[in-house]
Design a protein around this ligand. Structure first.
Ligand code: HSE
Length: 448
């Protein structure tokens, strides 16, 4: 006799559909049944629009419009949240936990902002066996990085994490750089393509402005450094300022651009940074293409480890969700306890210490300014020089376009002052023009 595990899902988008399909496949092939003597029933799936035409169509009555009823349904043992966002998702998570249901989520915004509160709520659940919170799919898509940081590196000390954590941005940058067989395409075309392939968030602004990456970095840093962080701790610059022209110039120099998340914590510095970076085209990060992610973790005893794979897209992310569902089933069946709260999530966040945000980290930078009025260019160049970034090697200059590389000892704090000055000047000189400001300062890294 097999036991039935009853699941309720919230959300039925790119990831949700694939989770449903994988679960059906596992039931059909009896893998679940044979190996562990249970099968899985997805009782209800909450969707926003019941009338929408769907290729994947669960049986009559499974799709419902009311997520509230799912989180309170006493038959349902596991809630799988693949809807995204924090409102009203937080409330669904809260209700699910208060009703003693295992809570599986792919939602980095929710975990990045509310993990501590959710763990506390789980402790309030009336059942003797407290419900668990599972979030492997929140970071790195198919790369099992949460499990690695939570368990596999216990007893070691993580010093640094560097990664490409957003599939959409990586896809856009790869398409903008082009290849021998593909012509470079514009930012807009690449973004539309990433959306069509199901990599992007429901609101793709969160991808390209860096909020999605920042939430993922916060989660990883909490697990790695055993300290609590919030999104405001991350210094974020999105990819929207990177232009096709930058890609062309940098490729001529054997480089390309990648959207990189970086976290470091030691006794002198604490930095959480998300920004576009000029990397070498033929090294690891430059060769990480399309929706792939790469995550490098540097630890005291193991040195540098690298994890890579599909970071976005239905199937890879759904597989991470399914692995969490299996962990949750073990808790339901009392084969395991619910995972305890990770140390880094136990206390509320505190201020960053030391040289926070890598203010004094030195690098070479690629600086580019593009303006419409040639008469303004001189003022932009003076604004750059007044911050004393050191000697600039000119790469390209015409009346409306300027690109140069600084020496390798330009600090982040100087580059921030330059970009602030340029932003202010651009607002003064062209007040009728809205963002994006037409300048960029990208750190150049040869080590990635
Ligand atoms: N929009 C996200 C990305 C989905 O592109 O990486 C996976 O978290």
């Amino acid at each position: 006799m097999s036991e039935k595990i009853v699941i309720g899902m919230i959300g039925f988008g790119t990831v949700g559909k694939k989770v449903y399909e994988i679960l059906q496949e596992l039931n059909e092939t009896s893998k679940v049944l044979n190996e562990t003597s249970f099968n899985v029933e997805v009782k209800h799936i909450a969707v926003k629009d019941l009338e929408k035409h769907r290729i994947v169509r669960p049986p009559e009555g499974v799709l419902v419009s009311d997520a509230d009823s799912i989180v309170r349904d006493s038959d349902i043992q596991i809630i799988v949240e693949v809807m995204g966002g924090t409102t009203p998702t937080y409330e669904f998570a809260r209700q699910a936990l208060l009703h003693s249901k295992q809570f599986v989520t792919a939602n980095k915004a929710l975990i990045g902002s509310s993990a501590l509160r959710l763990y506390r709520i789980a402790q309030l659940a009336p059942s003797k066996h407290k419900p668990g919170i599972f979030f492997e799919a929140a970071v790195g898509g198919g790369i099992p990085i949460i499990e690695i940081l939570k368990r596999s590196l216990l007893g070691d000390t993580v010093r640094e994490i560097t990664g490409i954590l957003n599939g959409t941005c990586n896809y856009i940058l790869t398409k903008m750089e082009g290849s021998d067989s593909e012509r470079p395409v514009s930012y807009e075309a690449a973004l539309a393509d990433a959306q069509a392939k199901g990599f992007a968030e429901a609101d793709p602004t969160l991808d390209v402005n860096g909020d999605d990456t920042a939430a993922k970095l916060v989660i990883m840093a909490m697990l790695a450094f055993e300290k609590s962080y919030v999104a405001e701790d991350v210094q974020v610059t999105g990819i929207t300022k990177v232009m096709l022209e930058d890609m062309v110039i940098l490729r001529d120099l054997g480089r390309t651009v990648r959207f990189i998340a970086y976290a470091r914590k030691d006794s002198t510095a604490e930095s959480l940074i998300v920004e576009p970076v000029a990397v070498r085209e033929h090294q690891l990060f430059g060769q990480t293409k399309n929706e792939n992610n790469v995550i490098m973790v540097n630890t005291a005893y193991r040195g540098t480890q690298t994890y890579a794979g599909k970071g976005a897209g239905g199937m890879a992310t759904a597989s991470a969700v399914v692995s969490d569902i299996f962990q949750a089933i073990r808790v339901v069946r009392k084969l395991d306890h619910a995972p305890s709260i990770p140390l880094g999530m136990i206390y509320p966040p505190r201020a960053l210490h030391g040289d926070s945000w890598g203010r004094n980290d030195a690098n070479a930078y690629y600086i580019r300014v593009k303006c419409e009025n040639p008469e303004h260019m001189d003022q932009y160049l003076k604004a750059i020089e007044s911050e004393k970034p050191g000697k600039l090697t000119l790469i390209k200059q015409d009346p409306t376009f300027f690109a140069a590389i600084t020496e390798s000892n330009a600090t982040r704090v100087v580059m921030c002052s330059i970009t602030n000055r340029l932003a202010k000047l651009m607002l003064d000189l062209t007040p009728d023009k809205l963002h994006p400001y037409s300048f960029v300062a990208l750190p150049i890294r040869d080590d990635l």
